[in-house]
Design a binder for this molecule. Sequence first.
Ligand code: ATR
Length: 276
Amino acid sequence: APTYAVFGNPIAHSKSPQIHAAFATQFADHPAVANFVYDKLLAPVDGFTTAVADFVAAGGLGANVTVPFKEDAYRLVQTLSPRALAAGAVNTLQLLHDGSLLGDNTDGAGLVADVLRYTQIRGARILLLGAGGAARGVILPLLGQEPATLTLANRTLAKAEQLIAHFQNHTTISLHTCEYLALAGEFDLVINATAASLGGERLPITDAVFAPNALAYDMMYGKNETPFLAQAREAGVVQRVDGLGMLVGQAAEAFELWTGLRPDVAPVLQMMRAQL
Ligand code: ATR
């Protein structure tokens, strides 16, 4: 039976087992990974809780959670980390010594770690595009880096306003909301957390949102350039990064939570890039 796993539906194409296997290989003789077996587990859409209970009963120690179960996991656990609470979603489960489950969310930390490979966030003017679960998951970790401002833009402005309201009273960083077409001013870090790329669509933002030397970051990734990064390239943005590093980064944070060991992300990211 696996000691670690990722739950999702669908799950067949998950890259997590390969990423975690590569991390474990980096610590081959370490006792903390002696029983590290990471599998992917398909749970029925209405059967997440049972699937997790079965996994734990069979010796499971920790798990990642992906679509569509991150909110189910949030409701399932007995304890939430502050960043999971802020995200409203759980992507990492850890079995505690008393048999209860801790719910964490490593997505935002994975994004932050990846962005920091290219540019600093401290003092930056951040534009976050989108106000769904993907956007919500990264706000607290981004604020933790002490940017100058964070502006949340969304097609449906009310959703951006509701989301920002969660954070407004818990930070001194200046938070704003805006519709895409009304965006004025330059941003140093522009992050796409919308699902627009899935449909091949571009966002109605102008080239002027990108400051000179801005970094454009797309949470999406793929073999081909994403529509958002194509848009950024055409706007003259030189630093353009897709979300594969965020995927490997969130996995690294989960691996460290479970094992206490900090894996080297770069070679694993390189390996995953080569396989796209
Ligand atoms: P996720 O969990 O991936 O964030 P979600 O909660 O469905 O998924 O959120 C999707 C986000 O993408 C939302 O911000 C959505 O905008 P609305 O709140 O206005 O719906 C955004 N989105 C999806 N398709 C889009 C499109 N074609 N153009 C612009 N934004 C889009």
